[in-house]
Design a protein around this ligand. Sequence first.
Ligand code: HXC
Length: 504
Amino acid sequence: MMNFEEINQQALQGGGVDKIEKQHAAGKLTARERIHHLLDEGTFCELDRLVTHRCHDFGMEKKQIAGDGMVTGYGKIDGRLTFVYAYDFTAHGGSLSETNAAKVVKVQQLALKNGAPIVALNDSGGARIQEGISSLAGYASIFYQNTMASGVIPQISAILGPCAGGACYSPALTDFIFMVKGHSNMFITGPDVVKTVTNEEVSKEELGGADAHGTRSGVAHFVCNTEEETLMSIRELLSFLPSNNMDEASVRKTKDSPTRYLEGLEKVIPSDPNLPYDMMDVIQPVLDDEYFFEVMPHFARNIIVGFGRMAGRPVGIVANQPMYLAGVLDIDASDKAARFIRFCDCFNIPLVTFEDVPGFLPGTVQEHHGIIRHGAKIVYAYAEATVPKVTIITRKSYGGAYIVMSSKMIGGDINLAYPQAEIAVMGAAGAVNILYRKASEEEKADIVRQYEEKFSNPYRAAERGLIDEVILPKDTRKRIIQSLEMLRNKSVSNPPKKHGNMPL
Ligand code: HXC
């Protein structure tokens, strides 16, 4: 008969010393080491350490490992309650069984009941093959809890090893996915199946590595170089978020003055409207301590999303990026922005939008892949968001793109514009070509000049109250903070409904 000490010591070894060595040799941390890095020192309380599986097929009754390949529990991050579950690859390859799925569901339910974030650390061979349908049912129950918790508590997934097949759908249902270069894979079907079905030869890394998902598919929100960096970045992300949808994010005191002038900002935006500039040079100076935590930095670079603080309070930033594709809106940019806007709205984080957008990207590729339904997501997301919404038009704001970037009539609370802003139904050349088709080139050039003078400015919109104020760039930080302070107690609610039918 084993005693308390023995039984716990054995459980802490997971699949055993050899398997731990193999894990380290593969450049990976064990589940418990990961949790140690993630949580505040000494705060982890483990649950279900002694759970074992109940499978009697394939000789599994002789392969019992305490904990059954999953480490679950709770602890603190920056002093705030956080739940965690970590697949233990050293035990049965971290495969999901009926019993360890029940362990996950237990912490998911506790996180939901107690209004605290949950972090999943994935490293798994997928469904426990020996258990078959029981394992699939386990996944289903995790997905169900993911869906129930969506919009109530922040859910974060790190992919720290393999994550294949239907197992990808739990991370996909959570709010943010982190991956590690060279160690993470996510795919619905691996390279072997791909080769069999399509005859395409592709490596795991090319198919579903961190770069593939951080740059091309948009599945991963963050790509880190090491596991340690990943776990630290999760802590940082959580510092911007409240614990649940009824809570407010914590205020971080700053010495940065809320009325600080941004003297250099005027020079950032070129006087020639056709020249690009880096919108980061506008975003960073505006934020407390000039610090911006970017989300999805390598995907759809024509739009920027991420978190910062203003007067100590977290804000969500959405900004067109004139450096890439002239800041145009396309399918990927629409998806990226809409999902981020909805996340901020779920968790009471005010939205600050910086706008310099020539329009939606034209062409058959975009039209045939559904820019209409994808672009509609941004309108929907901004329109339904009830958090404070402040927009600053730095330069171009044309056509449908003007409307979707949190304009007043879709519910933007405050719209500000710089004096060089161009707010119009379309660009001068395009408008003149339609209205004066038969005019000579010389006449057209003259009319373009007149059009630009009359319409390519912020004053037409300001006369109609569609711009609340035309401001100088140096006043941007002060005016945003004043607007957010004024909106602090904003209270609006959308009509009661089961849920809307968002274009997807
Ligand atoms: C049971 C598994 C397992 C699994 C790995 N193991 N995957 N046991 N079920 N799914 C076990 C191995 O038998 C081995 O046990 C140990 O974990 C370590 O595995 P290795 O193969 O030695 O490790 P490695 O070489 O690093 O390869 C890792 C791997 C590979 C790439 C993940 O193990 C693999 O391809 N596994 C199968 C992946 C898969 O097809 N899963 C099922 C998909 S179906 P011992 O005892 O030798 O240490 C699915 C459907 C989900 O997931 C649908 C959800 C809705």
